[in-house]
Structure formats: structure tokens, C-alpha cells
Design a protein. Structure first.
Length: 252
């Protein structure tokens, strides 16, 4: 591993869990390409990473759009070189009972959360094959492990990500590439607070979290530490795994 340059693409790196993953990966020696839609937040994250002594670039990428991804990978290559780590944290949440979810909303959630994971992976696999080393980590959701009412499109999209992990672990393992996912439970981020604000968390985040075995909500750093471990050389014998980091909400 000593001669592998660690360049990480972090989708959704402008906010919440993805932003913390950028910090953790930079701290463990990676240069970071942030792919997100939020230009201003990406710029401030890039400044943070540069201040930590790592290289950073930002790419306005819609992960559900292949052309947008093509432009992102081209800019990443130009600014940082070949990609050896990819973390897909970008995602959208949606709620509603099945009878109120229309086809367009179903398609949108699938396009970002599941097709996006597929498209971003396709963009980086050739680099990892060339290096003979790679780490792919998806942020899925514990709702896909337990089932969760009134969000079947979201849950199905994240279940697809867990299945994608297994399929690609088998396919890419012989090339030196590991593929894993981390399903958050309840992590305090703008997405979670937004859901809470829309009444999607009965009693609120803190009340619901107080019923978890660890009695508190998760923080982005809990997720980022797990991701940094899976991205490390030491985790090279772990693949196809779903690493639950959820305060005990679900385990098997
Ligand atoms: N926060 C939680 O409790 C929780 C629970 C389960 C799963 N998750 C998952 O964790 C991941 C990160 O969530 P978060 O809580 O940090 O949310 P967040 O909303 O704080 O951050 C998500 C980021 O993704 C970006 N994004 C959205 N759509 C995009 C697209 N099409 N292309 C590129 N970027 C896009 C947003 O601009 C934003 O910066 C998501 O995949 C989410 O589904 C979060």
C-alpha cells in the first residue's frame, strides 16, 4: 500500500455525514474530491481540508446524472489524479405511505440513492483496477435492515445499496477492491433535523434516541470513524459487509 496515492471521492461531502467523512479521511492521509450539489458548502469544506495539509477539489456533481459524473471524474483526475477510495454519502430522504407515493417520486429516490451509487462506482472502478487497490463504501440506512413505515421508496433504494455491496464485493474482490456499506440509524445532520421538523420523528430525535440501547442519537463522527476504518489498509480483508453503526437500533 505504501506506493498507493490515497485520493478519495466523497459524494455528499458538503453536509452532515459526508462532511465528517471528508475530515476523517483527510486526517488519515487522503486527498479529497468533494462531489455535491452545494457549491458554497463544498468550498468551505475544501478550505478546511487544505488547512489540514491535504489537497482538495470540489465538483458540482448530480450523482443521478451520468454526464455530470463524467465531468466530475475528469476534474478530479486533473486536480488530484486517480481515485483509490470512493465513499457515496449523497442521498435524499422521502416519506409517505405507499398509496401517496407517485411514480415520479419513486423514480427520483431510486435515481439518486440507488442509480447514483451505481453510476459513481462505474466512474471510479477503472482507476482502482489500474491501481490494483480500491475501497468502495456506501452509506446505506438501517431502515433497510429493519423495515420502516411510510418510506418504502427510500427503504427499497437503500436495500438496493446493501445488495449492490454484496454483488460488487464478489465481482471486484479479485481486483484488490473491497466494497462495504455503513447503514446509519439516527445521526444528527441537516437531513435528520429536516425530517424531525416535518413531523417524521414522533416525539423528536432526542426522545426517540433515548430508547436506543446507548440512549443517545448518533453523531457524524461515529459514522466517519467507521468509514475511515473500512477505507484503511488494515480493513483489506473485510468486504461485502454491512457495518451497523446505530447505537444498537438493529443487530444480527
Ligand atoms: N442522518 C441520518 O440519520 C441518516 C440515517 C440513515 C441514512 N442516512 C444516509 O446518510 C447519507 C448522508 O445523509 P446526511 O444525514 O448527512 O444528509 P445531508 O442532507 O446532511 O447531506 C446529504 C448531502 O448529499 C447531497 N446530495 C443530495 N442529492 C445529491 C445528488 N443528486 N448529487 C450529489 N449530491 C447530492 C446534498 O447536497 C447534501 O450535501 C444519505 O445517503 C442518507 O440517506 C442518514
Amino acid at each position: 500500500m505504501t506506493d498507493i496515492v490515497k485520493v478519495a471521492v466523497v459524494t455528499g461531502g458538503a453536509s452532515g455525514i459526508g462532511a465528517e467523512i471528508c475530515r476523517y479521511l483527510a486526517k488519515s492521509g487522503s486527498d479529497i474530491a468533494i462531489w455535491d450539489l452545494n457549491e458554497a458548502a463544498m468550498a468551505s469544506m475544501a478550505a478546511e481540508i487544505t488547512a489540514m495539509g491535504r489537497r482538495a477539489t470540489t465538483c458540482v456533481v448530480d450523482i443521478s446524472n451520468q454526464e455530470s459524473i463524467a465531468a466530475g471524474i475528469a476534474k478530479t483526475h486533473e486536480d488530484l489524479g486517480l481515485v483509490t477510495i470512493m465513499v457515496n454519502s449523497a442521498g435524499i430522504h422521502a416519506t409517505g405511505p405507499i398509496m401517496e407515493i407517485d411514480e415520479a417520486t419513486w423514480d427520483k429516490v431510486m435515481a439518486v440513492n440507488l442509480k447514483g451509487a451505481f453510476l459513481v462506482t462505474k466512474a471510479v472502478v477503472p482507476d482502482m483496477e489500474a491501481a490494483g487497490w480500491g475501497r468502495i463504501i456506501y452509506i446505506s440506512s438501517s431502515s433497510a435492515q429493519t423495515g420502516s413505515p411510510d418510506m418504502c421508496h427510500y427503504v427499497a433504494s437503500k436495500g438496493g445499496v446493501i445488495a449492490l455491496t454484496k454483488a460488487l464485493a464478489v465481482e471486484l474482490g479479485p481486483k484488490g477492491i473491497t466494497v462495504n456499506n455503513v447503514p446509519p440509524g439516527m445521526v444528527v445532520t441537516p437531513m435528520l433535523r429536516n425530517l424531525e421538523g416535518n413531523g417524521g420523528i414522533p416525539g423528536g430525535v432526542e426522545a426517540m434516541a433515548s430508547r436506543l440501547p446507548v440512549r443517545k442519537a448518533g453523531q457524524p463522527e461515529n459514522m466517519a470513524a467507521a468509514v475511515a476504518f473500512l477505507a484503511s489498509e488494515e480493513a483489506g480483508y473485510i468486504t461485502g459487509h454491512t457495518l451497523s453503526v446505530n447505537g444498537g437500533r438493529y443487530f444480527n
